[in-house]
Design a protein around this ligand. Structure first.
Ligand SMILES: Nc1ncnc2c1ncn2[C@@H]1O[C@H](COP(=O)(O)OP(=O)(O)OP(=O)(O)O)[C@@H](O)[C@H]1O
Ligand SMILES: [Mg+2]
Length: 290
C-alpha cells in the first residue's frame, strides 16, 4: 500500500496545489485524467488546462520548502488559537497521565504542510503552562526541520548531533522563554534520516528522555511520501494526526491512519487545522480516530 502511494507523485503535487488553494478537487481530477491519457507532468498539465499559471506552480512548490512562520511565545497563551489547545489538552490529558502514561507523543499528518509543527508548538506551550509538567519538544522532521523557527530560535545542534555522537544531550537541549518547556532542535541535517530514526541510539535516547521529562512531544515528517514518520512511531507511545481542514483528501487521511494502524501506534485523535471560525484560522480536536 505504501509503495503504491510512493509512485503517485502527481497526486501528491496535486495535493500540495489543493492545500495552497490553487486548484480544487474537480480540477485536479480532470488534470490527472488528461495526464494519464497524454503523459507528461501534472504541473505542466495544470498549466496547460489554465487552472494555474507557471508562477503559481513555482510559488506553491517554493512555499513547500520555505516557511513564513510567526513564532509562538508565552504571549500566545491568551489568544483564541490557544483556547483550542486548552480543549485538546483536556481531551488527551487522561491518556497522557494514566496508569500507562503516554510520555512520548508524535504529531504527524498525511501529507506535507498541514500544520504539524505549528500544532505541536502550540500544544507544547499549553501543556507546559497548564500541566506544569517538564515538557520537551523535539524536532524529528529531519528532512524539513522547522521547530527552531516556530520558537524564534536558531540553534545549530540538536537531535541528529546527539544521534551521531558529535554532541551530548546536555549540549543540545535548549531552554525556551516558556516555563517548563525545553527544545531539542533537529541540528545538523543528516544524509540518512530514516536510518538515524531507526537506529538503536534513537531508541535508547527516547528512553533516556523519558527519565528526564514528563512529556516529550515529537514534531515529525508527514506519513507520505517518506517512511520517516512510521519509523519514528516505533519509538513513541502515541500519535496525533493533524489534518488541514477542507484541503487534504479523505483518502490520504485514511491511508495515513492505515499506516499508523499497521505500525501498531495508538492514535489519540486528530486535530483539524485551519478551520475557519469567525473569519479566524483555527483548530478543532476530534478524538477516537482509529
Ligand atoms: N491554523 C493556522 N493558522 C495560520 N497559519 C498556519 C496555521 N497552521 C499552519 N500555518 C502556517 O502554515 C505553514 C505550515 O505550517 P507548519 O509548518 O506547521 O506545517 P507542517 O505540517 O509542519 O509542514 P511540513 O510538512 O513542511 O513540516 C507555516 O507557515 C505556519 O505558520
Ligand atoms: Mg513541520
Amino acid at each position: 500500500m505504501f509503495g503504491k502511494l510512493l509512485g503517485k507523485k502527481s497526486e501528491l503535487i496535486g495535493q500540495i496545489m489543493i492545500n495552497a488553494g490553487m486548484v480544487n478537487h474537480h480540477e485536479l481530477r480532470h488534470a490527472l485524467k488528461i495526464k494519464r491519457k497524454e503523459g507528461g507532468y501534472i504541473g505542466a498539465t495544470l498549466i496547460k488546462l489554465g487552472y494555474i499559471s507557471k508562477p503559481d506552480l513555482t510559488s506553491a512548490l517554493q512555499e513547500q520548502l520555505s516557511h513564513s512562520i510567526v513564532p509562538v511565545s508565552s504571549k500566545d497563551l491568551d489568544t483564541p488559537q490557544a483556547t483550542e489547545f486548552y480543549r485538546l489538552q483536556t481531551n488527551v490529558k487522561f491518556a497522557l497521565f494514566s496508569d500507562e502514561p503516554v510520555k512520548a507523543l508524535m504529531f504527524t499528518s498525511s501529507v506535507p504542510r498541514e500544520g504539524k509543527s505549528m500544532t505541536a508548538a502550540y500544544f507544547a506551550l499549553v501543556m507546559a503552562n497548564v500541566m506544569e509538567k517538564r515538557t520537551l519538544i523535539v524536532d524529528a522532521d529531519l528532512r524539513h526541520p522547522s521547530l527552531d523557527a516556530h520558537f524564534g530560535l536558531n540553534f545549530p545542534f540538536g537531535l541528529c548531533d546527539v544521534l551521531v555522537g558529535s554532541k551530548t544531550l546536555e549540549e543540545c537541549i535548549q531552554n525556551t522563554e516558556i516555563r517548563n518547556l525545553k527544545i531539542l532542535s533537529c541540528g545538523t541535517k543528516p544524509p540518512n534520516p530514516a536510518a538515524l530514526l531507526a537506529s538503536k541510539k534513537m531508541k535508547s535516547l527516547v528512553s533516556q528522555l523519558k527519565e528526564k521529562f514528563d512529556l516529550i512531544l515529537f514534531d515529525s515528517s508527514p506519513i507520505f511520501p517518506v517512511a520517516d514518520a512510521s519509523i519514528l512511531s516505533a519509538n513513541v507511545d502515541a500519535a496525533i494526526l493533524v489534518i488541514q481542514a477542507g484541503a487534504t483528501r479523505r483518502k490520504f487521511v485514511q491511508r495515513a491512519l492505515d499506516v499508523l494502524k499497521d505500525s501498531n501506534i495508538k492514535v489519540l485523535g486528530s486535530v483539524l487545522n485551519r478551520v475557519e471560525e469567525q473569519e479566524m484560522p483555527g483548530y478543532s480536536y476530534h478524538g477516537g480516530y482509529r
